[in-house]
Design a protein around this ligand. Sequence first.
Ligand SMILES: Nc1ncnc2c1ncn2[C@@H]1O[C@H](COP(=O)(O)OP(=O)(O)OP(=O)(O)O)[C@@H](O)[C@H]1O
Ligand SMILES: [Mg+2]
Length: 397
Amino acid sequence: MSKSFTNQTSIFEEETVLYDTWTPEKLPERETELDQLHDALAPAARGAAPHNTFVYGKTGQGKTVAVKYKLQDLSQFAEENDQLDLHVVHYSCAKDNTSYQVVTNIVEELTGNKPWGHDKKTVFDILYDELQSIGGTVVIVLDEIDSIGTNDDILYELPRARANGHLEDMWVSVIGISNDFDFRNNLSPKVKDTLCDEEIHFTPYDAVQLRSILHRRAEKAFLEGVLSDDVIPLCAAFAAQDKGSARQAIRYLYKAGELASNDGDSTVTEDHVREAEEIIERKSLEKGIRELTTQDHLALAGVLAHEATGEAPARTRQVYATYRDISQVVGIDTIEMRRVRDHLQELDLTGIVQGERRTTGIKGGPHYVWSLDANFEMTLNVLQEVDRFDAAMDIIT
Ligand SMILES: Nc1ncnc2c1ncn2[C@@H]1O[C@H](COP(=O)(O)OP(=O)(O)OP(=O)(O)O)[C@@H](O)[C@H]1O
Ligand SMILES: [Mg+2]
């Protein structure tokens, strides 16, 4: 018999608490970072300019939620103090590639109209006009700022807007948030100088911290007594071993609950967590493979072919030969062996292939051998789905 929909669940009390967007009431694991944010923003409460701040740390570490939390505090304080004129703009740059796009989108957010067809200087002027008409103190949060890469004028222009005479009698401060360490390290000295008055680093959560984060969430999300004792520690341990991401830990917990609920079980068990972890990791690896470049896919197909014939791990030279055969069949220009090896090394970093450095014999010298780390069927399916590799399937399988 097929399943019928029901609003009954023996698992969840309020499952929306497990959404990524749900806002926690407190963040005790981030007390130090919240204090640092507090100090950076404190001048605003006194009617002075808050410090420009750069917040960085890996994904899922509570950067966004902590910044929102502190700014809410500050906004509330401002509301209770009539003489404080404070405005907060929280903008995610995730879909933008340039400072220009960010500026036009912030203008749209402020006015409802997106400026079209102007040069960069003009859109900055439009933004300054808008900010001037808001006045007081404006804190602009540029979340996921790494999306703009090296096109980072905005990070220089906004913090210096007043010093450069674009604004009068008001303060604009910027809080940049990024989970890309290269972005931070590669900021031009000019930007570092202006933006990074304060730098706040969010270090990855450990298993103990993840447990307490999960406990607080679970208390609201699940019916009493449905979680077996080992569920939260296991979700926390899985996430801690990987990136220490709270988002990841919460995802495991939610998925485990969902699996139990779908099965009509009345408890969430360790097995549900293990299954959840497998499903989520497989999905994320699948997505990772899908988003690779064509040359990555070709190099990967080369490794795959050696797996299929039982010749893995194979040396770079061998993988390269197969890579060339496949490229030829599908009609894509080849690149040099050295560069294919670079691609393989990148695939190694993301856990899709596994490279091993070997030293054999006196003349042999060191060399790499490659094998597939991801699941064979899944990788093959993804490659078939995204590329014109059909013609090469004879070689690959
Ligand atoms: N200390 C904490 N207590 C409770 N929940 C937390 C805590 N830290 C993070 N979370 C939760 O984890 C999830 C991820 O947090 P957040 O979005 O702030 O991460 P982030 O560091 O901004 O990640 P990214 O770099 O990917 O944007 C959110 O659902 C958030 O509510
Ligand atoms: Mg974030």
